[in-house]
Design a protein around this ligand. Sequence first.
Ligand SMILES: O=C(O)C[C@H]1C=CC(=O)O1
Length: 96
Amino acid sequence: MLFMVEMDVNIPLDFDAEEAARLKAEEKAYSQKLQADGTWRHIWRKTGLYSNVSIFDVASNEALHDVLMALPLYPFMVMKVTPLNRHPSAIRDDDT
Ligand SMILES: O=C(O)C[C@H]1C=CC(=O)O1
């Protein structure tokens, strides 16, 4: 199942800088592990924003929930989740 997830990150300005750097490093490692195993199919930065658009490929709503809740930066994120269907006019057999 494919989902588009939009993540807006908002770390308070007075949050400890070292802790923020640690959480960002953890987030990067977690994200790259999920990208390597095919769960996190695409990640794009929204230009000019601390925000991304991502595509996830997971087995169920519950699986996506678990992946998102485990994001180290989750406490600082607002997310919008959109389920995706293959478009009937798509010309490619896959969506890579
Ligand atoms: O930077 C972001 O958009 C937030 C988050 C998502 C992946 C990652 O490494 O950080």
